[in-house]
Design a protein around this ligand. Structure first.
Ligand SMILES: Nc1ncnc2c1ncn2[C@@H]1O[C@H](COP(=O)(O)OP(=O)(O)OP(=O)(O)O)[C@@H](O)[C@H]1O
Ligand SMILES: [Mg+2]
Length: 504
C-alpha cells in the first residue's frame, strides 16, 4: 500500500511542529526519516496514526484520502506503529498487552488470550528472540518491553508500518534481527517508515531517506551518503563524530566496589562477586549485551537495588545501605537508562525537572518557598547550555521530544557538585549533534578529576569514552581491558570469553 502525506501541518499552540510536510512511501520501500531531536518526526507519525489531528494537510493510502479520528481508524486502514515511548500496560502480561492492541477486543476472553499467546510465540520465533507470553510487562527489562511493542504492531496485518526509534533499546544482535525482519516485510510489499538516530542503520537498511529540520523537509539523501553528509544535513552544520580526549590524569580514591552481589527480592543472583575501582579522572565503561547485570550494578551503586551484599565506597565512605537520597547527597550524579521511569516527571515543568532532587537546596527554596526567579534563571541557563529544544522553562517535560527529555536529565545530573557520575545509556535517543555535545561533557567531567562510570550497549560509545572497559556477562565481569580494545575482542568477551586473546 502506498502512503502519501501531503502538506501536513501540526501546531501546538504557537509551536509549529510539522510545517507543510510532504512524504511519500511506496509499497516495498524502507523510508528512513531523519532529523534532530524535536524536528517533528514523532509528531508526523502520530498524525499518521490518528493520535493527533493535523491542522492542515492530507493522508492518502493508495491515493485515497483518509480521515482518521483515532488510532483505531488508522489500524483498521492497515497502519501499524511501534512507538518511541512504550504504550504498554505494565501490570498486564505480554499476551494481554498484545491482545488489547486490538480495538475490537471487548474484554479479556480465554479464547482471545490463547490466540494472543500463539501470536506472541509466532512473531518471537520469526524475529528469533525469546519472550514469555505470560510474563508481566512491568517486570521485563526495557529492551524486552520494546519487543512487545513490535509484536503488538505486527499483530494486525499492517500494510504500512512505522518504527519510531525501535533500535534505541535493542542490542546490536537484536537490531540485526529486526533489520532482517524489516527487509522481509519490505520484500512482501509493506511500506515502512523507519526513524532512528543511528546513521549506520540508515545506510544499512534504507531505500530512501528524507531529512526534516524544525518541522520542515530539508532534503532527501541516498543511502550511500556518508555519516558526515547525513549528520550535517540533519543538524545544519558539520558534526564531529569522534571524541578528542587526552590521556587520563588519574588520582587516588574514587569509587571502590568490592565483592558486590546483587540479588532480586526473590533471591536470584543478578550481579555476582564483582570488584573494580574507578579512579578520579578516568572513565570506566561497562559494556555488555543488555540484561547481563549492568542495570542491577548501577542500581546497587545508586541505592536502588533491593538486596546488596559487599561494599561500595566513594572516597572511603560506604554507600551500601545509605538509600538513594543519602547517596545522591554524597555527590553522585545518576543518568538512568529509562528516563521515563526514573529520570523525569512528565507533568512537571522543565525547570522543576532540572532541580528534581534539590527541593531543599537553598539556591531554589528558602523558608519553604520556591524562589521562582532563581529557578527560571537556572533553567534558562541549562536550556541554553544543553541546547534543550523547548518553548520555555515552564513547559511540561512530558511534551518535549524524546531526545530533548534525555537532555533535561543529562543537564540536571551534570549541573550538580559531582564526586561521581554514573551514566547509563547517556545518549539513548539523542541526535548526532547532541551526542557530540554529551560526549564532550562526559570527558570534561572526567578531566575535572571526577570518576565516571558509563554503562552502554553501544560499542561505538564505549570505545569513544572509555579509558578502561569492564565487560559484563551473566552478572559477572569477565574482564577489564584498555579503552582501545578492538570491537572484535569486546564482542567475544560480551559473549562470555574470559580470555579474549586465546578466543581470538
Ligand atoms: N503533545 C505536545 N504538546 C506540546 N508540544 C509538543 C507535543 N508533542 C510534541 N511537541 C513538540 O513538537 C516538537 C516536535 O516533537 P517530536 O516529538 O515530533 O520530535 P522528534 O523529531 O520525534 O524528536 P526526537 O528525535 O527527540 O524524538 C517538539 O518541539 C516538541 O516539544
Ligand atoms: Mg521522536
Amino acid at each position: 500500500m502506498k502512503l502519501e502525506l501531503r502538506g501536513i501541518t501540526k501546531r501546538f499552540g504557537s509551536l509549529v511542529a510539522n510545517d507543510h510536510i510532504d512524504l511519500t512511501v511506496e509499497p516495498g520501500e524502507i523510508h528512513a526519516l531523519l532529523g534532530e531531536n524535536g524536528a517533528g518526526k514523532s509528531t508526523l507519525m502520530n498524525v499518521l496514526y490518528g493520535l493527533y489531528q493535523a491542522d492542515e494537510g492530507d493522508i492518502l493510502l493508495d491515493d485515497v484520502p483518509q480521515g482518521f479520528r483515532g488510532p483505531g481508524d488508522a489500524m483498521a486502514a492497515g497502519i501499524g506503529m511501534v512507538h518511541q515511548h512504550f504504550m504498554l500496560i505494565p501490570v498486564f502480561t505480554v499476551a494481554e498487552n498484545v491482545m488489547l492492541g486490538h480495538e475490537d477486543t471487548k474484554g479479556i476472553g480465554a479464547l482471545d488470550l490463547a490466540k494472543a499467546r500463539e501470536h506472541v510465540k509466532n512473531v518471537a520465533a520469526r524475529f528469533g528472540f525469546h519472550i514469555d507470553p505470560d510474563a508481566i510487562v512491568g517486570d521485563l527489562p526495557v529492551g524486552v518491553q520494546q519487543r512487545v511493542e513490535i509484536i503488538k504492531a505486527l499483530s494486525r496485518d499492517a500494510k504500512v508500518l512505522v518504527f519510531d526509534e525501535p533500535t534505541a533499546v535493542l542490542t546490536p544482535q537484536e537490531t540485526d534481527e529486526l533489520m532482517a525482519i524489516m527487509r522481509q516485510l519490505r520484500d512482501e510489499g509493506t511500506a515502512i517508515v523507519f526513524i532512528t538516530h543511528k546513521l549506520r542503520e540508515v545506510r544499512e537498511v534504507a531505500d530512501r531517506i528524507t531529512v526534516i529540520r524544525l518541522g520542515k523537509v530539508v532534503g532527501e539523501a541516498e543511502p550511500t551518503a556518508t555519516n558526515a553528509e547525513l549528520a550535517s544535513l540533519m543538524v545544519g552544520r558539520a558534526v564531529e563524530l569522534t571524541v578528542h580526549k587526552n590521556p587520563p590524569n588519574v588520582g587516588e580514591g574514587g569509587l571502590e566496589v568490592r565483592d558486590l552481589r546483587v540479588l532480586t527480592p526473590g533471591g536470584a543472583i543478578v550481579v555476582d562477586d564483582v570488584s573494580f575501582d574507578v579512579r578520579p579522572g578516568e572513565v570506566l565503561a561497562v559494556a555488555g549485551v543488555q540484561g547481563n547485570g549492568q542495570t542491577e550494578l548501577v542500581e546497587a551503586i545508586v541505592g536502588l537495588a533491593a538486596r546488596v551484599e559487599g561494599s561500595i565506597t566513594l572516597g572511603g565512605v560506604e554507600l551500601v545501605g545509605r538509600g538513594v537520597r543519602g547517596i545522591l547527597d554524597e555527590g553522585v550524579g545518576f543518568v538512568p537508562e529509562d528516563r521515563n521511569e526514573d529520570g523525569l516527571v512528565g507533568g512537571f515543568s522543565v525547570a522543576e525537572n532540572l532541580i528534581l532532587d534539590r527541593s531543599t537546596d537553598p539556591a531554589f527554596v528558602r523558608a519553604g518557598t520556591l524562589r521562582r526567579d532563581a529557578l527560571a534563571e537556572f533553567a534558562r541557563e541549562r536550556i541554553e547550555e544543553f541546547d534543550i529544544r523547548t518553548q520555555g522553562p515552564s513547559t511540561p517535560a512530558g511534551t518535549l521530544s524524546g531526545g530533548n527529555q534525555q537532555k533535561v536529565v543529562i543537564a540536571r545530573e551534570m549541573s550538580r557538585d559531582l564526586r561521581l557520575l554514573v551514566a547509563a545509556q547517556p545518549t539513548r535517543g539523542v541526535d548526532v549533534g547532541s551526542i557530540e555535545f554529551i560526549h564532550k561533557r562526559i570527558i570534561e567531567t572526567r578531566d575535572a578529576g571526577i570518576p565516571v562510570v558509563v554503562v552502554s550497549t553501544e560499542l561505538d560509545e564505549v570505545s569513544a569514552l572509555a579509558d578502561r572497559i569492564a565487560v559484563m556477562y551473566r552478572g559477572s565481569i569477565v574482564g577489564i581491558v584498555p579503552g582501545d580494545t578492538s570491537r572484535e575482542t569486546l564482542g567475544l568477551m560480551m559473549a562470555g570469553a574470559t580470555d579474549p586473546e586465546a578466543a581470538a
